[in-house]
Design a protein around this ligand. Structure first.
Ligand code: ACM
Length: 502
């Protein structure tokens, strides 16, 4: 008999010898109250059965110190025990339990099983681009819930780009007053008030995610120039930018006007003007105070409108400003070309699974500097790529469309030669929103491929576990369909996956 389906694949799973545990209205959950409440809500969504939280019960939840984020789950016909090493571990054990519940002959049951589980990487992220298409707080919360169910622990918010600035800052009110009013294609804009941002941070924390705010600089800054013209260089055009405008529309970027197209690489902050660094200090100073997590993302990608020497000067100064605020900077891999980056700066690699054009050299520079990498290979974990040529949503620039199999079939330690396991902080799956308007678009692109990225981030390395194969993954992810449906996740019913119908 095959093992029960869990995604991301756990470190160890063994079927038990007893019959399954029956989930019915008389069952009580006992132990850690936050965890018990979360489990009751998850089981009610999945089964419609309301379980009581009580002083004693058949489903016992507790914390016993151990490796961070790890848990042990045991199920037999008499009861269920979830033991987390900390609150996050207990939460992850509950997510696993939620995946195990199934309907059999009119009854809800959980198969007898013993699972011990812990994460491979400390950083397991999703990125949501709220600049190209603004996403309201409720959508961000829904995405947090979805990601947390797959044991993701970081939400990177791409809060600014050429098309808009999405976070209100008391020190720089013009950013949202003047540069947040639209999205790509003239769709509605918007921004988070500081209270909205605090609400997102608190909601994420309640699901054991940190928030990593990104302000992308020195390129991707046309919107900054709409608010503060004195900080921005005029747009630098290229044949590639003309091609993108011809293919996707949106017009030519014009100083002082919000940009509604898809082109990249035309904008730059002024590098030699001290007012730029006053701006950077204000923005990151305020974000540092609003953000309890350790990281501030400074961007640094596709600064094609910035002279390379100026780019190096800028990235050195910006990463230094962030480090002086007591935060760890993260930058996209291009910043690895700047020799004087703050040494703690974490690099985020977004090249392909087979690196091109020296992107691996730029990534390796962060490690040579004494820091680590987050891996986001675009042809595997960029969730905004089309699945195939017929997918209505999404783009295809990252080596063509990304099938679910392509999203799954890569190994983090094989991407950048010369990088050890310990040089990898983690894996993050970005979702850029050029074509993404709302939660149903997010769902259709992120599910099921986010599950593949989560497995790369959480599960044992490929080759070290019989579960870490495409054949196993497609069966296991297919078994999640009824759970995802009960949670309202509008996943893409890819024909690559044998979806279970309950
Ligand atoms: C990126 O995709 N420009 C980070």
């Amino acid at each position: 008999m095959s093992l029960p389906a869990v995604v991301p694949a756990p470190s160890s799973i063994e079927s038990g010898s007893s019959g399954p545990f029956a989930v019915s209205a008389g069952i009580r959950i006992t132990g850690d109250v936050d965890a018990a409440t979360a489990l009751a809500a998850l089981l009610e969504a999945r089964t419609g059965v309301t379980l009581q939280v009580a002083d004693e019960g058949e489903v016992a939840l507790r914390i016993e110190a151990g490796e961070p984020e790890s848990y042990r789950l045991t199920v037999d016909d008499a009861g269920v025990a979830v033991v987390g090493a900390d609150a996050a571990g207990l939460f992850y054990g509950i997510q696993t339990l939620g995946q195990l519940v199934r309907r059999a002959g009119g009854e809800w049951t959980v198969p007898a099983v013993t699972i011990t589980d812990r994460p491979r990487f400390a950083y397991r992220g999703v990125m949501l681009d709220v600049a190209r298409h603004f996403q309201p707080v409720e959508t961000v919360k829904a995405y947090i819930d979805r990601a947390a169910g797959l044991k993701i622990n970081a939400l990177h918010l791409h809060l600014s780009d050429d098309q808009g600035w999405r976070i209100q800052l008391a020190s720089r009110p013009e950013l949202t007053e003047l540069a947040s009013g639209s999205s790509i294609g003239g769709d509605p804009g918007g921004y988070y008030t500081t209270d909205d941002y605090r609400e997102i941070v608190a909601y994420a924390a309640s699901r054991h995610l940190i928030v990593v705010p990104e302000i992308d600089m020195p390129g991707h800054t046309h919107a900054v120039g709409v608010a503060y013209p004195e900080l921005a260089e005029p747009p630098v055009m290229s044949d590639e930018i003309e091609r993108v405008i011809a293919e996707f529309g949106g017009g030519v970027p014009t100083p002082g006007e919000l940009y509604q197209g898809l082109a990249v690489g035309f904008s730059s902050l002024k590098i030699d003007d001290e007012r730029t660094y006053e701006f950077v200090a204000d923005v990151f100073g305020e974000l540092a105070r609003l953000t309890p997590g350790p990281y501030l993302h400074v961007g640094g990608d596709e600064s094609l409108g910035t002279d390379p020497d100026d780019f190096a000067v800028f990235m050195e100064r910006v990463t230094g400003i962030v480090a002086d605020l007591g935060k760890t900077p993260i930058a996209w891999h291009e910043a690895g070309s700047a020799p004087g980056l703050d040494p703690g700066t974490i690099g985020q690699y977004w090249g392909y699974t087979t690196p091109l054009d020296g992107m691996d050299d730029q990534a390796r520079a962060f490690v040579a500097n004494g820091s680590r990498l987050i891996l986001s290979p675009a042809d595997a974990v960029y969730l905004d790529m089309k699945y195939d040529e017929s997918t209505a949503l999404g783009l295809a620039w990252a080596n063509g469309p990304t099938s679910v199999e392509a999203a799954y079939s890569w190994e983090p330690s094989d991407i950048i030669a010369g990088i050890d396991e310990s040089d990898i902080l983690g894996v993050e799956a970005p979702l850029w929103t050029e074509t993404v308007r709302d939660l149903s678009d997010i769902d259709a692109l992120a599910f099921p491929r986010l599950a593949a990225a989560a497995e790369a981030a959480w599960s044992p390395a490929t080759g070290t576990s019989e579960l870490r194969t495409w054949t196993s993954f497609r069966e296991r992810v297919g078994a999640l369909a009824p759970l995802w449906t009960s949670l309202g996740i509008g996943f893409h019913a890819s024909t690559e996956i044998p979806w279970v119908v309950e």
